[in-house]
Design a protein around this ligand. Structure first.
Ligand SMILES: [Mg+2]
Length: 183
């Protein structure tokens, strides 16, 4: 199986710094068309998201799951699964205070998804906006495309950088193996 891994804030919805309430959910321009394109090509659509708001006591795990359900309903339920990491080494809440292998830039969530969906990382792509997204992709061995703006720290491993989802889509299409030409 192949998958398109997606960071949530800054890729699926606008990152307004700890998106935890319904009214903060504003979808990125072109996200529906973008997801449809890859769904049609047979990719699993999997969200990989750090949610330290839980560790910081700003939202409960259940609130984050509910918000992700809301986001998915706005996305015609195209997302196959949301993986979240609620841990942080500086957590306010003791039960979430740890250095987690799941938290990006570690590749734990990608590895878990690979196990759950029997994924071949060589056929997968990761779309993220932060250095830590691309680093998680590098550690797992997944090609990554970084959505950047003027303030971005570009990761040298980023397979491609793009300023919007249209650019991301062009980069992925160019990287996809083309079907063999028949003589
Ligand atoms: Mg992000």
């Amino acid at each position: 199986m192949k998958a398109l891994f997606l960071d949530r804030d800054g890729v699926i919805n606008i990152d307004s710094h700890y998106v935890i309430r319904d009214e903060q959910v504003v979808l990125m321009e072109g996200i529906l068309e973008f997801l449809r394109e890859y769904k049609d090509l047979g990719f699993k659509l999997i969200v990989i998201s750090n949610q330290s708001a839980v560790a910081r006591g700003m939202a409960t795990e259940n609130q984050i799951h509910k918000l992700n359900d809301l986001i998915n309903s706005k996305l015609e339920n195209m997302i196959d699964k949301f993986y979240i990491c609620t841990y942080h080494n500086q957590a306010k809440l003791q039960e979430y205070k740890k250095e987690s292998y799941l938290r990006k830039p570690n590749p734990g969530m990608l590895l878990q998804a690979a196990k759950d969906f029997k994924l071949d990382f060589k056929k997968c792509f990761f779309v993220g906006d932060k250095f830590s997204d691309i680093e998680a992709g590098r550690r797992a061995g997944v090609q990554s495309i970084q959505i950047v703006n003027q303030a971005s720290v570009i990761h040298p491993f980023a397979h491609e950088v793009a300023s919007d989802l249209l650019g991301v889509s062009q980069a992925i299409r160019q990287a996809l193996p083309s079907s063999p030409v028949k003589p």
